[in-house]
Design a binder for this molecule. Structure first.
Ligand code: ZN
Length: 257
């Protein structure tokens, strides 16, 4: 029963997140007007707007003009349902923490798709998320002291800001976006120092792997910057659920070395 509720809620929330991903970078109102096809502008009927089901029934094409609908729509809806299910099954005994974990990961999901397309991380999401999670970590810390999350957040943001200005000054280019600096506030506040270190290690590893593959197989040169946001989001995802285990593995390697 629980799982059915989570799937239905997840797909519906995912459907709204698709609207956010499309409209937020375009500075459009999130609530009005109703959804329309980006190709022919036809307004969607309710039965053309059902998560996943409509995409399958229409075989990924607009009912009016047959323009292809992005695979992003069903993917975000399924990912949202998956995130809700994972947060509930991992942290269900602590409902507030489960809910905040879900909000944390859903913000990162939206940020990832916006960053992939536009190479930006909107302040509404990074700073909005930072405010929520700084408050949470201060008043309800899973950390040793109320300041641990706050110190981690601002420390990490300061390090990233340093890197940001270092790149501009020394290399004359943007090595990472300033959006990544603001994202550090949110990640540090919720993950804490150890969780953030694991997330950063994984993000760098994923980034190197994907970047390496792109250079090998697609001949892209290193100057074509990949957005770092999606890698940070993926690192944070693994860190949130398996951070303690991953940290244990790293520590055993260090001890062996
Ligand atoms: Zn259309």
């Amino acid at each position: 029963m629980e799982i059915i509720v989570l799937i239905v809620v997840g797909l519906s929330v995912g459907s709204f997140l698709n609207v956010v991903i499309y409209r937020l970078p375009r500075n459009e109102n999130l609530a009005f007007p109703r959804s329309h096809c980006p190709a022919c502008n036809a307004q969607l009927r309710w039965f053309h707007n059902l998560p996943v089901i409509s995409f399958l029934a229409l075989r990924g094409r607009c009912a009016h003009c047959r323009a292809p609908i992005s695979w992003r729509y069903p993917l975000v809806e399924i990912a949202t349902a998956g995130i809700l299910w994972m947060c509930w099954s991992h942290f269900g005994s602590r409902p507030l923490y489960a809910l905040l974990s879900a909000i944390f990961l859903l913000i990162l999901l939206v940020l990832s798709f916006i960053d992939l397309e536009y190479m930006i991380l909107p302040d509404e999401l990074t700073l909005g998320g930072a405010a929520v999670f700084l408050a949470y970590s201060f008043f309800h810390p899973g950390f040793s002291s109320p300041w641990t999350g706050v110190a981690t957040a601002f420390g990490a943001a300061a390090v990233f800001a340093g890197l940001f200005f270092f790149y501009i000054k020394v290399r004359g280019m943007e090595g990472l976006g300033f959006g990544d600096v603001k994202l550090m506030l949110m990640l540090g506040a919720f993950l804490g120092l150890e969780g953030l270190v694991v997330a950063l290690l994984l993000a760098s590893l994923f980034g190197l792997l994907v970047g390496g593959f792109m250079i090998l197989f697609r001949g892209k040169n290193l100057k074509l910057a990949l957005p770092f946001g999606p890698f940070l989001a993926l690192g944070a995802f693994f860190s949130l659920f398996w951070g303690v285990r991953i940290l244990g593995i790293i520590q055993s390697w260090v001890a062996l070395g």
